[in-house]
Design a protein around this ligand. Sequence first.
Ligand SMILES: [Zn+2]
Length: 132
Amino acid sequence: MAVARKKSDGGIKAMMDFHCLTESCEGVVKFSLAEITGRDFQAVCPKCHQPYELNADLTDKLKRMLALVKAIGNAEDILGSCNVAVNVAGGSVKIPYALLLTRLNTMITLNLGGQDVDFHLWIKPSSSNTFN
Ligand SMILES: [Zn+2]
């Protein structure tokens, strides 16, 4: 019998959003990265209710993004003590690696229905202590 392993994603949450492509609609379509693995996933604009389906290529990219986010979640305790040294005039500054992941919003440009769309990726660590 296999030993049940502790869930390794650490409960990290990854949300994505993009501006609705409908002309003159100001809606922001939001979805959780974890949702896209479900069959028949559809994101819907909260304002104009335009549905968005992800094609196989996009789903594949986002699935790999999810895997990356889970790996980050799994390494949360390690990343919490890692720093990136940035050289500046007169020395160097240490920036906690986790800050780069959580405080800067990641933007990915992906092709959605023939248009380049900027997706924002928001990562929320499972423990608020880790990345402080
Ligand atoms: Zn809309």
